[in-house]
Design a protein. Structure first.
Length: 467
């Protein structure tokens, strides 16, 4: 062997030996350790792992700081967004160019009658956001307050086009278009408001449309929209009839609706007729009722309407009015086969359960001129029991004349023991004076609630002049 080398061993990789003093050779070597020799400590971690740990810590810390900064920014932005409407000045302290805060503050200034600053703030809002609706609306209202109506019209039109649900802009445009006589455009704004804000806008829109409706052209424009049956139609017509000072306004709308695909419904027309009757305009109420009656109801017209109880159209009180009966039921039902009207005809049918039946069971308002009349008809009973029976009465709707006539008591025995039909009749007189309208009423002959049992039918009622 060469000098400085040791002999080869079983773990030297088959090499003849190695120079242990060569520092360039740092590869690990396996070495036998005797049992009594101490195990050397592990070598320290290479410097590379220490550098990686330091780098990971630095990155983690930086991300944590970034998250905190982002959270703070989001929190500040959220507070500023919240304050943009509620506390716009606080929002502007955080974000001086916040368009929403500027427009909200402009709106506040205008409400405080500071139109000059309101316009300055609104213009700044439009510089920040050219589509800001509130800024356009504030500028428009400020222009109107200053008498610059053409400019206000342009600005509010822009605001209204960009926000169909904006109440102040749409209400302003409704009033403006009504004043200009542009009724169709006005009703478009009214329709949008009533669809979007049916409860909040009900009173102001009804008031504006009612003032418009006095003009026949406006009434036609309103009717054209109502003919499409919008969801606010029925409630509007009822409100119009009950609250409008000028009673010609509802008539204008109803008349225009009469020729539309959706003519007035009974529930809509009844509010108007009731208003006229309540104000004792009986003749006007009846003429209006006849004019707005569907064609199918014309065959039932006369001094008494639908005396055959066939259920002809038209609202009370010039049609049959049947109160709700406690402990009894009443309605227009098919008449029994042997009725005077023949099979398939109608009849007024009342059924009682034995309790105290109310006084008024059915009635209709008439407008008979002064003169003498006869009431004719037929009645039929089935196991009908009443202490004094029923009676048809005619009373003046106004004044002190009271009872004008009545039939005799109608009960089981006088009618027909066999259950058939029997005639009823009465004569009465309408005297000149304060009796321009009359109530024809079926009521308890006792004129008070009384125990009643069984069934009774009426058919073929008519009123004839007696000379």
């Amino acid at each position: 062997m060469a000098p400085g080398q040791t002999g080869g061993g079983p773990f030297d990789g088959g090499r003849g030996g190695e120079d242990r003093g060569d520092p360039s050779d740092r590869r690990p070597r396996l070495r036998l350790v005797t049992p009594d020799e101490a195990i050397p400590p592990p070598a320290p971690a290479p410097p590379l792992f220490a550098r990686r740990a330091w780098r990971d810590g630095l990155i983690g810390g930086g991300l944590a700081v970034l998250v905190l900064l982002l959270g703070w920014g989001i929190g500040v932005a959220a507070l500023a967004d919240r304050d943009s409407i509620d506390s716009p000045q606080d929002a502007l302290d955080v974000r001086p160019g916040d368009a929403q805060a500027l427009s909200s503050l402009a709106e506040q200034r205008f409400a405080e009658r500071d139109a000059a600053n309101a316009q300055v703030l609104a213009r700044r809002a439009l510089v920040a956001d050219p589509l800001d609706l509130t800024a356009f609306r504030t500028l428009g209202l400020a222009a109107a307050a200053g008498g610059r109506y053409d400019q206000a019209d342009e600005l509010m039109t822009i605001a209204g086009r960009r926000a169909k649900r904006d109440r102040p802009a749409q209400l302003w445009l409704l009033q403006r278009r009504a004043g200009q006589g542009r009724y169709r455009d006005a009703v478009v704004h009214a329709d949008g408001l009533m669809r979007a804000w049916p409860n909040e806008m009900r009173a102001p829109v009804t008031r504006l449309l009612s003032a418009m409706a006095v003009d026949p052209n406006a009434g036609k424009a309103i009717a054209a929209t109502l003919a499409a049956d919008p969801p606010w139609r029925t409630r509007f017509l009822i409100d119009l009839s009950r609250n409008v000072p000028d009673l010609t306004a509802p008539f204008t709308v109803f008349s225009a609706l009469q020729d539309s695909p959706q003519p007035p419904r009974s529930i809509e027309l009844q509010a108007y007729i009731d208003r006229l009757v309540r104000e004792r305009l009986y003749q006007a109420a009846y003429v209006t009722w006849v004019q707005l009656l569907p064609q199918t109801g014309m065959k039932g017209l006369g001094d008494l309407y639908d005396g055959d109880f066939n259920g002809l159209p038209g609202p009370p009180p010039f049609n049959w009015q049947l109160p709700r009966l406690k402990g009894a039921s009443g309605g227009l039902d098919p008449a029994p086969d042997d009725a005077g009207g023949g099979p398939g005809g109608g009849a007024l049918h009342l059924s009682f359960g034995g309790g105290a039946a109310p006084v008024v069971l059915a009635r209709q308002l008439l407008v008979l001129p002064p003169g003498r009349y006869r009431l004719l008809g037929q009645a039929r009973t089935q196991r009908f029991e009443s202490a004094l029976g029923l009676t048809w009465t005619l009373r003046c709707a106004e004044g002190s004349k009271g009872l004008a006539g009545e039939t005799g008591p109608i009960n089981e025995a006088p009618i027909s023991k066999g259950g058939g039909w029997a005639p009823i009749a009465a004569e009465f007189e309408v005297r000149p004076g304060d009796c321009s309208a009359q109530w024809l009423t079926l009521e308890q002959a006792a004129h008070r609630p009384i125990a009643t049992r069984g069934d009774i039918w009426f058919d073929g009622l008519k009123i004839l002049r007696a000379g």
